[in-house]
Structures are given as C-alpha cells and as structure tokens.
Design a protein around this ligand. Sequence first.
Ligand code: FES
Length: 314
Amino acid sequence: MDFFNQGWQAVACSEDLPLRHVYQAQLLGQELALWRDDSGAVNAWENRCPHRGLRLSLGVNTGDQLKCQYHGWKYETGSGRCLFVPAHRNATPSTACVRQYPCVEIDGLVFVKLDKSDEAQTSNGYQPPTRLPSTNLRSTPAAMAADVALRTIMQARQSLAPVIAAQADSVQIQTNGLMLDLGGTETPDKLRLFVQPESATTSVVHARLYTATQTSFARKVAFIHLMEELLSLAEQCTGLSQKAKIIATDTGHSSAQPKPTESDSRKPFICTVIAREIETPDITSFWLKPDDDRALIIDPGMHASVVTPAGFIR
Ligand code: FES
C-alpha cells in the first residue's frame, strides 16, 4: 500500500512548527496539538490534557516536555507520559499519558494519520514529484469538504499554469488520494497540493512548488491570489466563506462590530497575509495587504488578531 493510501494526511508545513512553539491543527474533526522538541522531532498529540481536558495547544513547549497551562502538568516528548505534577512534587509521576498519533515530517510537510492500527507502516514510499529544489507556498483554508476542494482545483487547473510557468493548455494533473500534482509539458516545474480534511465541511490546501529557478515573491503572491479566488468562488457557490485574515485594530472592537461613531481613520484594518518569512526561530515577519483602499497605519499599542489557515485566532 502506498503512502497516501495508508491514511497519512498533510496537517502543517515544517515552518509552522518552530522550536518552543505549539501549533493547533485539525484532522477529520480531531483537534491536534503539534510541537517540535529541541532535537527536531515532531509530536502530534490529541489537543486535550488528560488531567482536566484543557487544550494542550495553549501550553508551553519547554523543549523536551509540553506543560499544560492549567495546573502545570508536564508531558514528555515522544512518549506523552506525564512526568511532573506540581501539586505532588515528590510523588512518583502520574500514570496519565497524552494520546498520540503517528506523525512524520517529509519534504517540508508534516503528515499525521489518526488510525494507529497499522502503526508499523512507515513513510516508506513517499516520492517527491521531481528532484528539483522545493519550497512551501502559503496554505489556503477552504470552507468546503476536502473532496470538493480537490475537485474545484482539478476543474480549474489551467488557472494555476502561471505558478509552474506553463501554458494553460499544457497543464497536466495526477492525483493520489487527496494529493494532486500539477505539471506542464514544456516546463520541469511541478506544483504538489495536499488537501487536509479538517472536518466534514472545512479543509486546508497545502502547496509545495518544485522549481530550478528562484521562487520569486511575485510568484508566491500570484499563487495566493489564484488559490483564494478559486476557492472563494467555490465557497460562494456553497454559500460558505471563511478566509484567513489579520484584523489590526486599536479600538478593541472586532471588525464585525465596529463602533458606529468611529472615524474612518480608527476603523479596524482587515488585511490578508500575502507572505511571511521566518526570520529566527522566535520571529516571523508578515506582509499584510489591507482589504480596502486605506494605507495601513501601524500605531504603537495596536492589537492584531491573526486567523490561521486552520481558522483559529491567535
Ligand atoms: S488540565 Fe492540564 S494540568 Fe490540569
């Protein structure tokens, strides 16, 4: 059985998991807390503390343990075993253990499978579409089931031709489960897309571009616009809409409920993240594009709410 038919699903890009960070994802309705320990190994855990059920994605990644924010229980990387209970410092560790899921990191992406029955099966057999250098493009959320998102992309594949520097009528696709490869007859470039089934009605499309030429900023931005256009058109057809946005405001009010008396200059800015760069393990730069015609003014003390591709607010 090949990699994708073993149940592995892409749930995050490697850059989503810098050291000392906890990333929340969702696969088929199951919330996950993903975190990388200081040795680089990735843990995929049920997003629920075995003690009183707090989300572990709110916890602290200490490098070799994940500490729950509620009562401070600490769980060991790899095994998920509880090693420390603050209220019983001198007692033997609790038998509590976090539920873990098989997890592998390959070619810049993190894959998880919920079915542990054939855990012995590994990632053997995963093949990138080509040996060309590759980079992740921005993941795109879609308010639609994974199979609908996959079908939407397949039907509109010609619109993605510029991303692989191909002619629209030469674009070819190959699918394997929820993975899709795009290529063109006159270009060696390949675009590999993974549709992550978050729930019955939402999904995230992860993308990896393989190209010998440098992936320019313009090409990355073109991809973001094409995917957003493609998926939001399909969302409108289904009457659903859920986009990744940054809402920057100094008003303390959400964009959905602006104060009626606010002057234009103090209205919240709703922006799209058009690119991001990991500067250091602790610092990420975001490029924001306001959704209206106003120039984005960042004042000291402003607050930014980030809606992640998975739909969570940070
Ligand atoms: S709920 Fe996590 S330590 Fe109590």
